[in-house]
Design a protein around this ligand. Sequence first.
Ligand SMILES: Cc1c2[nH]c(c1CCC(=O)O)Cc1[nH]c(c(CCC(=O)O)c1C)Cc1[nH]c(c(CCC(=O)O)c1C)Cc1[nH]c(c(C)c1CCC(=O)O)C2
Length: 365
Amino acid sequence: MSTAESFPPLKNDLLLRAARGEKVERAPIWIMRQAGRYLPEFHEVRKNHSFFEICRTPELACELTLQPIDRYGTLLDGSIIFSDILVIPQALGLEVEMIAGRGPVFNDPLVTPDDLSRLKKDVDVDKELGYVYDAITLTRHKLEGRVPLFGFIGAPWTLMAYMIEGGGSKTLSKAKSWLWKYPTETHGLLQKITDVSVDFLVGQVRAGAQLLQVFDSWAGELSPYDFNKFSLPYIQQISTKVRQRLAEANLPDVPMVIFAKGAWFALEDLTDIGYNVVSLDWTIDPAYARKVTKDKVVLQGNMDPSVLYGGDEAIRETATRMVHAFGKDGKHIANLGHGILPTVDPEALKVYLETVQRVSAEIRK
Ligand SMILES: Cc1c2[nH]c(c1CCC(=O)O)Cc1[nH]c(c(CCC(=O)O)c1C)Cc1[nH]c(c(CCC(=O)O)c1C)Cc1[nH]c(c(C)c1CCC(=O)O)C2
């Protein structure tokens, strides 16, 4: 395997500097789901391969990771490895398929704690998910240092919810019923996912990931009380243990980002659990977030992804307002408040990227 020393030198380190909380010349920008279905070049590749086949083929995962970087050039300051949060449930032994029009579907989701015996006992994460590491290493080379590369995972609560619901769900009532009916088994499952996640994130850094993001996409479905009990302790463990393990292995102490979608109530707690960056969805006002987080973390986000359907003028106006709201003193990584939607015009995203870069440079002069 390649060592960090053998990767091409980084030419644009704006995202890394901003994530560490340094004062930078303008807000860096990248977009959640920037490699995906809104790009015609994505569909060109996708029509010949299933989704998880792409994830498991490092050359294809690399090609898709690079598509937005090739298209937008210097308008993007970061990349994220093409993969999915559901590779961990797969590594634990569950079968997941991506069905057109429906999204992810588990063939045999967990129904009661008896089903936990179907999960693998000792998961050799490096063996099961080595294909992600290979994709990361290859991509670091092919990026040629243009921008840094994110690795990622789904948070334990979000993954547990998928494993029980068996796919998307409006209410998460099946997964939530576990919290109260089977609290002991729930904590056991969350711990198991956490342990695998720690190994997996360390492996991603060893393979070349320069930042890490944890997606707790379903955080906002929990009450504050249940979030504190069933999500927060595990995402905290992840940052603490990953940093310990990176130090022990002499690997770089990479910046970590937490995105707990919908969990506005947790904003203050999220500043104290070992993450450098807290990612905000669009329902949180940037000035409010700055006040609550007391400048302890870098903030990421947060334009409503649907504004990209609103025409160039609305995009410019909203993006400008957002950049001003996060302030000229920095500590902001621009993004959307959630992933870019699949039917957005790629030219609309370009307007957003251009506006953010221009306005944020202007106000910091
Ligand atoms: C919840 C979640 C998933 N996956 C992910 C999350 C967390 C982020 C979020 O909250 O949106 C994370 C993810 N999924 C994908 C990436 C790749 C990198 C990138 O952001 O560019 C990342 C970071 C590719 C993907 N993951 C998926 C696609 C589309 C697959 C296809 O071609 O059909 C892509 C490009 C499929 C996927 N994967 C998942 C769902 C619910 C779906 C279907 C619906 C949807 O796309 O939003 C699970």
